[in-house]
Write a protein that binds this ligand. Structure first.
Ligand code: ATP
Ligand code: MG
Length: 373
């Protein structure tokens, strides 16, 4: 298994470094200096709280964390354990163990220690794995022992977990009375606020998962919440007016007016900008924008056609003359509908402000288009 992981990671490294891209458009990485400085700044402080990264769908949380990882590996004596739970099938307790722990031979262990860089999981040997599986060893104690060991060696342990909500339905030792996530949170609080042993960074695109953490009185006091939002207008303009520099696009350029039109349609949502840039290889900008308007309108139509249509329309109509809706301004019945709109990614809910927003400019446009007809 470890061999396969190594091969995959080597392939990714090769693809990322390969300059002779066979495609007409490359993935861009725009700005994020403020966010990267914030993350790096935390590493210079003793760990005191869990860091929760939140933000609307596809706002660039995962990409930012990978960039952060790449930068700190070059600059600092760190040990990073990066668990991307979207990539791992996490359904039962054993899946969690597989996602967090990896068995390696003693030779491998020496090799990774020598470089001080260790991306991946808690590395254990086969005998420890056997003990964990047979419940003769506590996985949390195993993790703590490694974090302590690293700290004693002057290495900063950093745990990054993307999409933590994937572990939400898992029970410790498959015992329905013991939720894994609760035990993990207790462990994270102990490792940060109490023992100051490790930096723990958790990202999630699930607004309600973050809301639960945010409203949990104990976690609220022991966590820091940081929002990663879509790009700001100056960043989008810089990108669109320099397509060759950032996206290696040579086939066309955009004028300031074109760039403004794209901003007005999808704002700073990078995934949608990338999509528009692809469409522009085949069609002129006016057509691409018309297509987007129709597409976003249909998403709203698709969503709205259901028994609660009237009530949903009433709520969405509120966004015709405003950008956000406060939780305190809605009834509990409306709240149920709004929650579903968040689950279906029509709206985003920011728990730190208790506010609902359309999921980016394109959704806001889709809502406006819907009420036009
Ligand atoms: N700084 C950036 N500049 C340009 N493109 C970016 C940037 N950050 C992310 N992207 C692009 O935006 C898209 C979404 O990014 P990413 O998957 O990191 O978002 P996310 O917030 O983790 O999404 P999710 O909410 O699904 O977890 C990807 O296609 C990525 O390449
Ligand atoms: Mg992500």
């Amino acid at each position: 298994m470890a061999g396969v992981d190594k091969k995959i990671s080597a392939c990714y490294n090769f693809i990322m470094k390969e300059k002779n891209e066979p495609y007409r458009k490359d993935v861009a990485f725009i700005n994020r200096e403020k966010e990267l400085a914030f993350l790096k700044g935390r590493l210079n402080e003793r760990p005191e709280s869990i860091l929760f990264i939140h933000g609307p769908k596809s706002s660039g949380k995962t990409t930012l964390l990978y960039k952060f990882l790449e930068q700190i590996q070059r600059e600092q004596k760190v040990d990073v354990k990066f668990m991307d739970l979207r990539k791992t099938f996490t359904n039962v307790y054993e899946d969690f163990l597989k996602a967090f722990f990896q068995v390696e031979s003693s030779g491998e262990k020496k090799e990774s220690r020598a470089s001080n860089i260790n991306i991946g999981f808690f590395k254990i040997d086969a005998s420890v794995e056997k003990k964990i599986m047979e419940k003769r060893a506590d996985p949390f104690k195993v993790m703590e022992a490694e974090l302590l060991d690293l700290t004693h060696k002057g290495i900063k342990p950093i745990l990054i977990i993307d999409e933590l909500q994937a572990l939400d339905k898992i029970y410790l030792d498959n015992d329905k009375d013991r939720q894994l996530i609760t035990a993990l949170f207790n462990f994270f609080v102990a490792m940060t606020k109490q023992a100051h042993l490790a930096h723990i960074i958790i990202a999630s695109s699930d607004g309600y998962f973050i809301d639960r953490v945010y409203t949990d009185s104990r976690l609220k006091k022991t966590s820091t919440f940081y929002k990663v939002d879509y790009l700001a207008k100056p960043d989008v303009m810089e990108w669109l007016l320099n397509l060759e520099k950032y996206s290696k696009i040579k086939d066309y350029t955009l004028t300031e007016t074109d760039a403004e039109k794209i901003w007005e349609t999808v704002g700073g949502s990078m995934w949608e900008i990338l999509d528009m840039l692809s469409l522009l290889f085949q069609q002129p900008i006016e057509k691409v924008i018309a297509l987007y308007k129709e597409r976003m309108r249909s998403i709203i139509v698709d969503y709205i056609v259901r028994p609660e249509r009237k009530e949903i329309e009433k709520l969405l109509r509120l966004f015709l003359d405003r950008d956000e809706l406060s939780k305190e301004d809605v009834t509990s019945d409306e709240e149920i509908l709004l929650r579903d709109m968040v689950r279906q990614n029509i709206l985003y809910f920011d728990p730190t402000k208790a506010k609902y927003y359309p999921q980016g400019k394109s959704y806001h446009m889709g809502i406006r288009e819907y009420f036009k007809k």
